[in-house]
Design a binder for this molecule. Structure first.
Ligand code: MRU
Length: 349
């Protein structure tokens, strides 16, 4: 099941807020619908929102082509609106920057059709590269699971749904499972929006990979009982020093893993690294609507008017991270050195 698909000026998104109860699609022919889908988490996961935003820009350019006024100025506004949809996953900004850098190669001498064609080509490249990148991450990552019959715990959903295809952390799990390196996955349900219960469990069950669902507050006990031998998660932003922003609850899992001497791995593409940010202290953490916590399935589960804190992400400090798996190999501490090298290799800003 693909998270998104582009076909003739229409971006089709698998509506992830409806899974696993029903499989529904959203047809986006207007960039505003894409922006709204990102905001509502109908498409979610760092690489998937980057790719969706790239296609959103193509839709914006198509619309502006037939309008009066300055195409370039208006395209910048569309890009800005798309940037505003979610603040934490750097892949969103990476994809939009990549698209705008393609647009900036053109001038008034070029036809707008040429610009749109180039933008569409770039968005497709972003989407197509994602699958290849995830395959490489998965191959590197699987080698870390080197004792037969391991069980692994994951948090949130870093699978095919969170990317264009295959997944990062779940990609590694898929690969390790196919190589018989792991025997079972423990999926944290991932409060408050249940990406683990609704999406990870669903994705793994589709492929008959044994998965056991637990609530987030069970992770420590599962570790204490020696039921998992490794943790692997995805990331929304990794800073130069190796701090990792990921779904809220990831930090707690990393602390628990350290206490139980269990390796804590992060799987992420280079597009998730923020080479311009030194430490995780500077990562903007999205805060979402209080109703995500005060209601459950639309039913109120907290006193009306209660004060709520609802950060959607947290930052795991680098000293709790055993390794970061990228498409260029496995990074280990000292991360500043390893990530600076990666930055040089990739010419990152
Ligand atoms: O709020 P979400 O569902 O977009 O959060 C997603 C995550 O935290 C994922 O773990 C992360 O984006 C990595 S996806 C490969």
């Amino acid at each position: 099941m693909k998270s998104l698909n582009w076909n003739k000026e229409c971006l089709t998104l698998l509506n992830q807020t409806r899974l696993p109860m029903s499989v529904e699609f959203i047809e986006c022919k207007d960039w505003r619908v894409v922006a709204e889908a990102i905001r509502r988490l109908e498409v979610r996961g760092a690489p998937a929102i980057g790719a969706a935003a790239a296609f959103g820009l193509v839709l914006g350019a198509c619309e502006l082509k037939d309008q009066k006024g300055d195409f370039w100025q208006k395209l910048l506004l569309v890009a800005e609106e798309l940037r505003q949809t979610r603040p934490t996953a750097v892949n969103l900004f990476w994809a939009i920057d990549r698209m705008m850098s393609v647009a900036s190669r053109f001038s008034a001498d070029n036809s707008l059709s040429e610009v749109i064609e180039a933008l569409e080509k770039e968005a497709l490249a972003i989407a197509n590269e994602d699958r290849e990148v995830n395959k490489k991450i998965s191959q590197y990552g699987a080698t870390l699971f080197n004792q037969p019959g391991m069980s692994v715990l994951t948090h949130c959903n870093a699978g095919a749904l969170a990317t264009v295809d295959f997944g990062t952390a779940l990609g590694v799990i898929r690969q390790a499972w196919s190589e018989k390196r792991i025997k079972r996955v423990f999926a944290d349900e991932t409060r408050p929006l249940l990406q683990g219960a609704r999406l990870t469990a669903w994705e793994l069950m589709q492929e008959n990979i044994p998965v056991t669902l637990i609530t987030d507050n069970m992770a420590g006990w599962v570790m204490k009982q020696n039921m998992v031998q490794a943790v692997i998660v995805g990331a929304d932003r990794i800073t130069l020093n190796g701090d990792v922003a990921n779904k809220i609850g990831t930090y707690s899992v990393a602390v628990l893993a350290r206490e139980h001497n269990i390796p804590f791995y992060v799987a992420a593409p280079v597009s998730t690294f923020d080479f311009a940010m030194d430490t995780g202290d500077d990562i903007p953490i999205e805060e979402r609507n209080s109703q995500e916590i005060t209601t459950f399935g639309g039913v109120s589960c907290a006193p009306e008017g209660v004060d709520v804190f609802n950060p959607a992400f947290d930052v795991t400090p680098n000293h709790l991270v055993s390794a970061i798996i990228t498409e260029f190999g496995i990074l280990k501490a000292p991360y500043h050195q390893a990530i600076s090298q990666l930055k040089q290799q990739k010419g990152g800003k």
